[in-house]
Design a protein around this ligand. Structure first.
Ligand code: PLP
Length: 369
């Protein structure tokens, strides 16, 4: 069983959706399938009825949508770097020829509103800010609502947010958080196999993107959003993934993935209950670590609700990972430079609290032996 920070464990009911007969991508059935995604996607991005923001799916990965997000903004970009994935976002901006200023903090720390404000004043104005909400490599969550407040004084700066291991695990309100382009792969807290990505996009972003010279076909944000809205993607999409995502979004919205006692919930209530489950799993994991005298890498207020990055202390992390693997339980060593110094448990998606308790108990047994 996968307790790594992605890809995550997929329920058999969802896997079964991938085995349906293929349909034509220009058929009315495909249009209906795309349409089925919207109510759940709008809930996932926290859009209220009447919001003029857009949602879309695209056959690519989260990294692909980093490119898409960047193709719709002007050249001057401020990249907030707090770990491996936010570094990748900055690197992609550079490769695409943007004029990138990096605001980097040590791993396990976050960018504060004061730092952002200072960077905007000293080096701005910027066409866009790139940021990762939940830095999966360090188990650290940026204070996005507070950062977004700072950007209210910079109405021409677009806010591009990687919400990969955040969405469907913790609350997001695209409009209220003033986000212009939020995107995610589906293999983290959405608990699907990897292969497509989703985005929520503000209307002002789209208006701006329409005015820019088009420099890509496949990753063009206008094509992605309008193709989805027209219920026909220009290229053949990963149809089985659309089927799986439609079912998963409906299941989440109907409370199917909730603990037994909460199954009656639906709509926003069901999504909020899913977020509360993630918060409880985070608290259990942090308590387990503390019980072994281990600390999380970030300070508690910035600890990720979906992935715990734990400092190893005197513990032999290789032996722990191996011992759990022998019991068919997979957790992760640290990412990149943090390998051997931290390990990570991904407690997100459709995992249950009973399942997490069983994992932590197995970890206790491995550590004791
Ligand atoms: C996993 C992850 C990515 C990369 O996603 P791909 O689908 O592999 O492109 C990007 N950002 C974050 C925060 C992630 O957790």
């Amino acid at each position: 069983m996968l307790w790594i920070p992605g890809p995550t464990e997929v329920r058999p009911e969802i896997l079964a959706e991938f085995a349906r007969p293929t349909i034509g991508h220009r058929s009315p059935a495909m249009g209906e399938l795309i349409e089925r995604l919207d109510p759940g996607l709008r809930l996932a991005f926290g859009l209220e009825a009447g919001s003029d923001s857009h949602v879309a799916a695209h056959t690519t990965t989260a990294s692909g949508l980093m490119e898409t997000a960047l193709f719709g903004v002007g050249p001057k970009v401020l990249s907030l770097v707090i770990g491996a994935f936010s570094k990748r976002f900055a690197q992609i901006a550079e490769i695409l020829g943007k004029d990138v200023t990096k605001l980097e903090v040590p791993m396990g720390q976050v960018v504060t509103p004061e730092m952002l404000s200072q960077a905007l004043d000293e080096n701005g104005p910027f066409d866009a800010v790139t940021v990762v909400w939940n830095e999966t490599s360090t188990g650290t969550s940026n204070p996005i609502p507070a950062l977004a407040e700072v950007l209210r004084a910079h109405p021409d700066t677009r806010l591009l947010v990687d919400v990969v291991s955040w969405i469907a695990g913790a609350p997001i309100d695209l409009d209220q958080h003033r986000i212009d382009f939020a995107f995610a792969g589906v293999q983290k807290a959405l608990a699907l196999p990897p292969g497509i990505a989703v985005c929520g996009v503000s209307d002002r972003y789209l208006e701006g993107a329409r005015k820019l010279e088009r420099r890509t076909w496949y990753h063009d944000p206008v094509m992605v959003v309008e193709g989805h809205a027209d219920r026909k993607t220009p290229m053949t999409p990963a149809i089985p993934h659309y089927t799986g995502l439609a079912k998963q979004l409906e299941d989440i919205s109907n409370g199917v993935t909730l603990p037994e006692a909460e199954r009656g919930k639906s709509g926003v209530d069901a999504w909020n209950a899913r977020f509360a489950k993630h918060a409880r799993m985070q608290a259990s994991t942090a308590a387990w670590a503390a019980g072994h005298g281990l600390s999380l890498l970030p300070s508690p207020e910035f600890a990720s609700p979906t992935v715990s990055c734990i400092q190893v202390g005197d513990l032999d992390v290789g032996a722990l990972v191996k011992g759990l693997k022998a019991r068919d339980l997979e957790i992760s060593n640290g990412y990149g430079d943090l390998k051997g110094k931290t390990f990570r448990i991904g407690h997100m998606g459709d995992h249950t609290e009973d399942g997490l308790n069983a994992l932590l108990q197995a970890a206790d047994e491995v550590l004791a032996s």
